[in-house]
Design a protein around this ligand. Structure first.
Ligand code: ATP
Length: 363
């Protein structure tokens, strides 16, 4: 098994024991989860590999050429939510976060998803497969933003992986998703780099509606590469300026570089983007006018208030979370509790307060 003890954390979720690998090791990527009391179909201890990091290309044409040469690849839309791995343990669906925690909130929603998707049927047929997807909507990990989705949390599959860590090739994955009625991220089709004009058209359309970008995947599911839109970079800049001092120093310049390269490669109007970049900054920092604190607000929908308590405990181990309200609501004819909470960013709050009070700084 694993020798790097300082990165192995033992936890339990509702009496299910698991080990979480909290950082990359030579043998296991960060976010790997091991269920010592479960086995896969080959009789090995059930190990769910950490979801791999996806390389980003900053330039589209050269990036795709470098990755795929003349070979075909599948394009999928990149959705902007949080990464979820659904697994089958003790005859129930559990939802794992990217970092390898069983998330009580997403696990509760997985039960709701199972009412409309063939999740249970899928796992009965493939008990040791992992359904990897993006969760969007009323989310505890993405601050509240207007989204084109009904209330609730929504799951969009983007990978199916096997106990040895391999991924099911895209065509087979789409076929399985359709067979078990599991929604996927938008499938944009199969391309080669020769079809660049069509790929650019797709990106312009995604950019125009404020979408995040694309992920290109090899025919065998062996390689993946991501490319994001200027619209999503500018949205990130605007939304993150109030928490500037809690982020890496390269966060903003990296996005400005990406925006510039996107404008250049897709031949967009520079005047328009000069304005949009400026507006992102002024809007992002508009909070400084009547500044109180740097915080992000979240809204979630739970069936059981204990799910919120468990989530609050999980989030609270890493960040400062404050409950704002809980209120009973009916969503799609069913009772839920809506919970609002905020996450306060201490460093930024302290620094902006000092700046606005007129303190001097050596910077
Ligand atoms: P990294 O991959 O380096 O860890 P990150 O954590 O900064 O990157 P992102 O830049 O958001 O994350 O990109 C990777 C994530 O994109 C994936 O972990 C996954 O959750 C999400 N994603 C959204 N749509 C897709 C898709 N179609 N295929 C694969 N991943 C997708």
């Amino acid at each position: 098994m694993i020798s790097e003890n300082n990165v192995v954390e033992q936890r339990t979720f509702e009496s299910i024991r698991y080990y979480r690998i909290s950082d990359d090791t030579p043998s296991h990527p960060r976010g790997t989860v091991i269920f010592p009391d479960a086995v896969d179909q080959s009789g090995h201890i059930f190990t769910v590999w950490g979801f791999p990091r996806i390389k980003r290309v900053y330039v589209l044409e050269r990036g795709l050429r470098r990755f795929f040469k003349e070979r075909p690849f599948f394009l999928e839309e990149k959705l902007d939510g949080y990464n979820v791995r659904l697994v089958w343990v003790n005859r129930r669906v559990l939802a794992l976060t990217r970092g390898g925690f069983v998330c009580p909130y997403t696990t509760e929603w997985a039960q709701i998803w199972a009412e409309s998707m063939g999740l249970v049927e899928f796992f009965q047929d493939h008990p040791d497969h992992v359904l990897c997807g993006e969760a969007l909507g009323d989310s505890p990990y993405n601050p509240q933003r207007p989204l084109d989705l009904p209330p609730g949390l929504h799951f969009f599959l983007f990978e199916i992986s096997l106990p040895d860590g391999h991924r099911v090739p895209p065509e087979q994955k789409y076929e399985l998703a359709a067979r078990y009625a599991i929604p996927t991220v938008p499938q944009l089709g199969k391309f080669t780099v020769q079809e660049l004009p069509a790929i650019k058209e797709l990106l312009l359309e995604i950019n125009n509606r404020g979408g995040e970008g694309i992920v290109a995947k090899g025919e065998q599911g062996e390689r993946m590469v991501k490319y994001v839109t200027a619209a999503s970079d500018l949205e990130d800049i605007r939304d993150h300026l109030p928490i500037l001092f809690d982020l890496d120093s390269g966060y903003f310049t990296n996005r400005l570089l990406r925006t510039t390269l996107f404008v250049q490669e897709l031949g967009l109007d520079e005047e328009e983007y000069a304005q949009r970049i400026g507006r992102a900054m002024l809007e992002g920092w508009s909070v400084l006018r009547n500044y109180r604190e740097s915080a992000e607000e979240y809204r979630i929908l739970v069936r059981n208030i204990n799910t919120w308590k468990a989530l609050q405990e999980l989030l609270g181990t890493r960040v400062q979370v404050e409950e704002l309200y809980t209120r009973p609501v009916v969503v799609h004819g069913r009772p839920f509790v809506m919970v609002g909470f905020k996450r306060v960013f201490r460093k930024s709050t302290k620094r902006f307060r000092m700046i606005l009070k007129g303190y001097g700084h050596y910077d």
